[in-house]
Design a protein around this ligand. Sequence first.
Ligand SMILES: Cc1ncc(C[n+]2csc(CCOP(=O)(O)OP(=O)(O)O)c2C)c(N)n1
Ligand SMILES: [Mg+2]
Length: 809
Amino acid sequence: MPANENYNQSEISQLSFDDFKHIVITDYRVGFESRQASILGRREVLTGKAKFGIFGDGKEVAQLAMAKTFRKGDWRSGYYRDQTFMFATGMCSLKEFFSQLYANPSLEKDPASAGRQMNCHFATRTIDENGDWYDLTEMMNCASDISTTGGHMPRLLGLAYASKLYRENKELAYLKNFSVNGNEVAFGTIGNASTSEGLFFEAFNAAGVLAVPMAISVWDDAYGISVPAKYQTTKEDISEILKGFQREGNTNGYEIFKVRGWDYVGLCETYEKAIAICREQHVPVLIHVTEMTQPQGHSTSGSHERYKSKERLAWEDEHDCLVQMRKWMVESAIATAEELDELENTAKKYVRNCQRDAWNDLESEIKGELTHATLLINNLALVSAQSERLLAINKTLSECFDPARRDVIAAIRKSLLATANESNEARTELLNWFNTESAKNNDRFNTKLFTDTPHSPLYVPTVAPDYNWDNDSMIDGREILNACFEANFIRDKSIVAFGEDVGAIGDVNQGFAGLQNKFGDLRIVDTGIREATIVGQGMGLAMRGLRPIAEVQYLDYLMYAMNVLSDDLASLSYRTKAGQKAPLIIRTRGHRLEGIWHSGSPLGFILNALRGIHICVPRNMTQAAGMYNTLLRGDEPALVIECLNGYRLKEKLPQNVGEFTVPLGRVEILREGNDITIVSYGSTLRIVQEAAEELKAIGINAEIIDPQTLYPFDLDHACGRSLQKTNKLLVVDEDVPGGGSAYILQHILEKQNGYFNLDSQPRTLTAKQHRPPYGSDGDYYSKPSHEDIVEMVYNMMGETYPDKYPPIY
Ligand SMILES: Cc1ncc(C[n+]2csc(CCOP(=O)(O)OP(=O)(O)O)c2C)c(N)n1
Ligand SMILES: [Mg+2]
């Protein structure tokens, strides 16, 4: 309560106690409502109204305490137990909680995920429908949850690191929507068992190194589903074993706290103290909350009576945090038992109403659609030769218990199939309605893999490289990149770059050489060897308005960041229905080196796992620079794989090296020809180009197409068009058989109808199944070589002209 001069001392203390009582009672009410939501939620799953439920019962009181310290501008990056925190901060309402449980695909009803995520996967919206940022300093912010336990820790690091940059880099003051002097704390929550994950330790260490305002709460209920702490954590105590991270004297490090999950007063004091240090001093804190319980067990998928002893269950009943809080409130004369009974009754009714409202919202919509569908099918039955079948379909539909949209749509599709050879007004009406509903359902379930707003890199205007100047000397490819990065760093102060060896030496191939000296280590900096959290660091920064380029030193190491890229970054737009964005650029290099862990080109793996991230495969550094120029002007995430063997090849510097753009999804035809279409990308293109010259000498004219980006792939269908002329298709790539090449074939043959123009079997020329051994001979026998390409094309031509191209062997 603010001090008020009009009160005398006794009035102040009286009012203070009332105020205090009011706060505690409100907290208890929020906690109790949350518990009711868990109980009702579980029941809704068990009675079949919802598919799956996981709830925050037993974790309420600590979250009430945490919520008191959470301010506008702050961020949460947590896991599925945090409903109480979400209710207490107002970031989620009870009705929204139930709407998500029922998978209501309306954004208005479930603003976190539009019914796309399981329950208790929370998010606030950070961008509007045009992709423009809200003022995040005026909101409480919750990064969209993911189900993989520990998977949110790398992004948490980035959210915290943003505060550091906003506080320390005064040049960022113009970015008013994201920070007030870096005062924002990134709150992380994680279960005790999930601290066993590598990502937890990686993020934990990195936050200590970076000294960022990251507050990690560990909700310790001594179990991870059925597995007790003795299998999870050394000494069964995470804060005990992390003691070495405690800051001492002038060292960096953490402040570590331990507090019991049912001790309301202890929790409030601990959070107040911990978060003040974190916020003011940018010191990361760990709050280990012990003695938590799980009154309803882990989730709706099983019962904890199976694996917890009677003693443990009895202990949990007694140490239930709400039971303990209630007891303390009565003992401290904060409320009487009768008052609390009444509060609980009211809360039960309120939660029940919220649940019913949420169910009715969805049910009434679907029932309306069902009624309309039934009417249209009935109308069709009146005039159709298939009336019996249609009436049977309608009967099944009307007998559906708790019908879903799929029941309605399935009935329509069956009816349309049954009457495929009929043509009448009733069928047309049904078909039209089906098309309208299909468009709505497409929007509900299949959109926003990318945020796809006017800021998308797909709409960045194409600007050609300008070579019209005196400087026509040929320079190293790495120097082209260097000039591009420098121009962009000057143009946009929100761009930062980091990674292993990126700062002091300007990356192992010197694309960033000299830039730390020019722009300082808040803009361009080294990191530890920690690919997953390099990507997470970038993701968190990008979610808070900065433009990071996170470098993964070699493509082969991308594997170490794959869970963050795939689970978190790639799915962010889809799982929030474009409510959050993270325009992160991941820079890496690959292809055509030698050795099992330095030669990789696992594009099939990457393409399949990373839908939701643009995949750029430039064949030289000018092309790469143009892609960076495009991506840094757009707002969607992208991976750029540079050619490891291209940094010292000579290229001509465009005058507009920081401005020209390479469009995403547009091919470049490198060589025109009529006999065969060869599609390849990256380093392999140089070999293909050389092979094409040898083929020309024997009368074969190959057309070579560089798609430039694999996602999106050839939006204009240029490859398919080329086949109209050549009728033959060869895809060359360095991935395993059926990897990246299968992806390319699917696009050309299926999406572009390429099969229609082929007069011989489409072929792929790929690397072998195994990884390439070290050494040039190993490379020759593992990856597509010049001779492989020449012979493959020669043989394909031989299929059509056997006399002209007889078998070589
Ligand atoms: C990466 C990953 N591995 C396994 C799982 C399956 N899983 C879901 S919750 C869970 C237990 C987590 O326990 P803990 O971290 O202690 O959190 P609690 O549920 O006890 O609050 C497991 C193994 C998962 N979701 N993600
Ligand atoms: Mg646990």
